[in-house]
Design a protein around this ligand. Structure first.
Ligand code: G
Ligand code: G
Ligand code: MN
Ligand code: NA
Length: 254
């Protein structure tokens, strides 16, 4: 039985789960939000990584079903996180290219906000440069409608795509998520330090926030905080975790 066939039954059997990775303030290390990361807990294969099943779901269209479920469940989950934290947090959700192009996407977004009662401003939707560039005119329409709901748009894996910076001018982007490729050799690599400086400078002038991804060491965190990076995400400050562990982390984080 192929992984693809197994995915259809996995949806029925409720084998897909959501993990949450803290996004923290680089200065205070307090949790500001979470990125939602899908997991597949297969009865015999164990945890199947998203790198294996997301591309298949993107090809066979299941991503629309899975993505809609993830968006709604994550918004509902955030309310529970906020009860534990007793303060406002935000939730960041990955949107795949196919999901972004789907006719149903804005309806799903509205439904997620309606069922959770969460204000749009607490939602960040992560898309890649590639998603924008498939059909920029369509992307512009969708992004403006998303912004109309006050949801913020983050560029995921920023700096690794082949697109120009022109889209930062054209589209209502709020967040840049700097890819781990530019973080992992900090603080030793002067090239990566220069790239991070340039991105932070650009972001400051365009009034964007920056999240550094894949932060694994104190030295990396120190280097980023020193350069004025506001948010970090990575194994140093929290791995992707199930909801009850995230709630425990919030209780420890008062
Ligand atoms: O959690 P992990 O680092 O293994 O995730 C690997 C990849 O899978 C990342 O690129 C991430 O963006 C993607 N991914 C994880 N969860 C989701 C999801 O809910 N929707 C989409 N479209 N991609 C996801
Ligand atoms: O493409 P995206 O940025 O959404 O993928 C995030 C992926 O990176 C997740 O699968 C997550 O498990 C992984 N990740 C998160 N933090 C770290 C980290 O500090 N180091 C490494 N190597 N991977 C990380
Ligand atoms: Mn992401
Ligand atoms: Na990312």
């Amino acid at each position: 039985i192929s992984l693809e066939a197994a995915m259809f039954s996995a949806v029925r059997e409720g084998e897909f789960l959501l993990y949450y990775q803290p996004i923290v303030s680089a200065r205070t290390r307090k949790i500001e939000g979470f990125e939602t990361l899908m997991r597949w807990k297969h009865p015999t294969l164990g945890m199947v990584p998203p790198a294996r099943f997301i591309p298949i779901a993107e090809t066979n269209g299941l991503i629309n079903l899975l993505g809609a479920w993830a968006l709604k469940a994550a918004c509902v989950q955030l309310r529970q996180f906020e009860q534990a934290a007793r303060r406002e947090l935000y939730i960041s959700v990955n949107i795949s290219p196919r999901q972004f192009r789907s006719d149903k996407f804005l309806d799903v977004l509205d439904e997620a906000l309606a069922i959770s009662g969460m204000p749009g401003r607490q939602l960040v939707l992560e898309i890649t440069e590639g998603t924008l560039m498939v059909d920029p005119a369509h992307a512009e329409t969708i992004l403006e409608r998303m912004a109309g709901r006050e949801a913020r748009i983050a560029i995921d894996d920023f700096g690794t795509g082949y697109s120009s910076l022109a889209y930062l001018k054209r589209f209502p982007i709020s967040v840049l998520k700097v890819d781990r490729a530019f973080i992992k050799d900090l603080p030793g690599s002067s090239k990566d330090a220069a790239i991070c400086n340039a991105v932070l400078d650009l972001a400051r002038h365009l009034d964007l926030s920056v999240v550094a991804e894949g932060v694994e060491t104190e030295d990396q965190l120190g280097c980023l905080a020193e350069r004025g990076c506001h948010y970090v995400q990575g194994y140093l400050t929290g791995k992707p975790m199930p909801p009850h562990v995230a709630i425990a982390a919030l209780n420890d984080d008062m």
